[in-house]
Design a protein around this ligand. Structure first.
Ligand SMILES: [Zn+2]
Length: 141
């Protein structure tokens, strides 16, 4: 079984278990994959990307409200930036990220899909990856 982080066309994020990656594709193609929030069948795997290298110096003095606004803004910027500037590597994400980390491949900014397990393995090997966030509904105005 694999667990995928999924996201629908309305940016609802949810998790679902599948027998294997083929089962995911089959269910998606058959329209059997529904967003639990809006019942949309336009569902895709949540995209993973390496951490952007810049270090953020967020102070701890922000209020909750400031934080929400900042996070919402940051999320949409990150996603847009990644989609415009990074190389899309699809489901080769884990192997590409690993090749770059070990110097087998030239370092560049990439994004793509990975399973939660692949992402966990990368993190355990000290390879920085991060999910590209959608914007949660509760943070939207
Ligand atoms: Zn949805």
């Amino acid at each position: 079984m694999i667990k995928y982080d999924l996201i629908c066309e309305n940016d609802h994020e949810f998790e679902s278990w599948f027998q294997n990656s083929q089962a995911f594709d089959t269910q998606l193609a058959a329209g059997d994959l529904l967003c639990p929030h809006c019942a949309s069948t336009k569902v895709s795997k949540s995209i993973m990307a390496p951490n952007l290298r810049k270090k953020s110096n967020t102070s701890g003095a922000l209020t909750e409200k400031d934080k929400s606004a900042e996070i919402t803004q940051m999320m949409s910027h990150v996603r847009e930036h990644v989609e415009n500037n990074f190389d899309y590597v699809g489901d080769k994400f884990a192997s590409e990220a690993r090749a770059m980390h070990y110097g087998d491949s030239e370092e560049r900014d990439i994004y793509g899909e990975s399973t939660l397990q692949e992402a966990t393995e990368l993190i355990e090997e000290g390879i920085p990856v991060a999910p590209i966030p959608g914007v949660p509904d509760k943070l939207k105005n």
